[in-house]
Design a protein around this ligand. Structure first.
Ligand SMILES: NC(=O)c1ccc[n+]([C@@H]2O[C@H](COP(=O)([O-])OP(=O)(O)OC[C@H]3O[C@@H](n4cnc5c(N)ncnc54)[C@H](OP(=O)(O)O)[C@@H]3O)[C@@H](O)[C@H]2O)c1
Length: 259
C-alpha cells in the first residue's frame, strides 16, 4: 500500500510527444507523477509546467538493471502506483534487412522486453493492493504486417496481444490493463524513425494532446483495447474483413508512400 495519500502515475517516455501529454493530463487530474526517459534536460522542461509533485528518473530502459531501478525507486518509498503507462518506444522505416541489427534489438528490448517486465511487476503489486491501471502504448501498426516498418509493427502486435491477455487475466482483481493504439501522431516519432520533417506521415498525423486524452480516458475506464480516431478504427476493422494477402499489399503500398 502507498504511504502517501496523493496517488502516483508513472509514465515512461515522458520527455516528449504522447508521453509528455500523458504527464500533463495526469498532473491536471491530481496525480503525483514519476516521469522516465533518457534525456533529463527534456524531462526537466516537461516538469516545469506541471502543477503537481514531480519526480524524474533519467533511464535508458534498454539498459541492464533499468527495470530494477524503477522497482527499487517505488519499493524504497513503499509506493504502489495507481497508474503505470508504458509509453516509451520507437520505430524505424525502411527495408528490415538493410537496418542495423543492434538498433533493431534495442527496439525489441524497449518496445517489448522492458514493457513486459514493467507490466508484470506492476500487475503483481497492484493486484496485491486491489487497484491500479496499466496502459501499454501499442499502435495501429499492431493490426497487420507492416512492410517497411516490419520489426516495429511486430513489436506493437506483441504489445496488443500481450496486453489483451493481461487484461483478461486481471479481471476481478481491481486492476486493469489497456492497449492503446494511436495512428500517426505529430511527435518526434517520425523523424526518429528516419522520415523527413513534413513527410506524408507527418501531414497525416493527429495532435498528440488529443490522442493522449483518448488513451488516458480509455485507461481510466478500464477498456482493454482502444484505437484512436474513426479512420484508424475503420482501418483496423478492415484488416479483419480482407484476405491477408490483400492486407499485406495495401499496407506495403501505404507505408512506402510515407517516406
Ligand atoms: N507518433 C506516432 O505516430 C505513434 C503512433 C502509434 C504509436 N506510437 C507510440 O507512442 C509511443 C510514444 O511515442 P511518441 O510518438 O510520443 O514519440 P517520441 O516523441 O519520439 O517519444 C518517445 C519517448 O520515448 C522515450 N524513449 C525512447 N527510447 C527510450 C529508451 N531507450 N529508454 C527510455 N525512454 C526512451 C523518449 O525519450 P528520450 O529520448 O529522452 O529517452 C521519448 O520520451 C511509442 O511507444 C510509439 O511507438 C506513436
Amino acid at each position: 500500500m502507498s504511504e502517501h495519500l496523493q496517488p502516483l502515475a508513472v509514465i515512461t517516455g515522458a520527455s516528449s510527444g504522447i508521453g509528455r501529454e500523458f504527464a500533463k493530463i495526469a498532473a491536471q487530474r491530481g496525480y503525483r507523477v514519476l516521469l522516465i526517459a533518457r534525456n533529463l534536460r527534456a524531462l526537466e522542461v516537461v516538469s516545469r509546467d506541471l502543477r503537481t509533485e514531480t519526480h524524474l528518473l533519467a533511464l535508458d530502459l534498454t539498459a541492464a538493471g533499468a527495470v530494477d531501478q524503477i522497482s527499487g525507486w517505488l519499493s524504497d518509498r513503499s509506493i504502489v502506483p495507481e497508474i503505470f503507462i508504458n509509453n516509451a518506444g520507437f520505430g524505424a522505416f525502411g527495408p528490415a534487412a538493410e537496418m542495423d541489427e543492434a538498433m533493431l534489438k534495442k527496439m525489441i528490448r524497449l518496445n517489448v522486453m522492458a514493457l513486459t517486465s514493467l507490466s508484470l511487476r506492476m500487475a503483481r503489486h497492484m493486484t496485491r493492493a486491489g487497484r491500479g491501471r496499466i496502459m501499454n502504448v501499442a499502435s495501429t501498426a499492431a493490426f497487420q504486417p507492416c512492410p517497411y516498418l516490419g520489426v516495429y509493427g511486430a513489436t506493437k502486435s506483441y504489445v496488443l496481444s500481450f496486453t489483451e491477455s493481461l487484461a483478461e487475466e486481471l479481471k476481478g482483481t481491481g486492476v486493469t490493463a489497456t492497449a492503446f493504439c494511436p495512428g500517426p501522431t505529430r511527435t518526434q516519432f517520425g523523424v526518429n524513425a528516419g522520415l523527413k520533417e513534413d513527410s506524408p506521415f507527418d501531414r497525416l498525423s493527429a495532435d498528440a494532446a488529443r490522442v493522449a486524452l483518448t488513451g488516458f480516458d480509455a485507461m481510466m475506464a478500464g477498456r482493454p483495447v482502444v484505437i484512436d480516431g474513426f479512420t484508424n478504427r475503420l482501418g483496423a476493422f478492415m484488416t479483419r474483413l480482407l484476405p491477408r494477402c490483400a492486407v499485406r499489399r495495401i499496407a506495403s503500398n501505404l507505408l512506402q508512400k510515407m517516406e
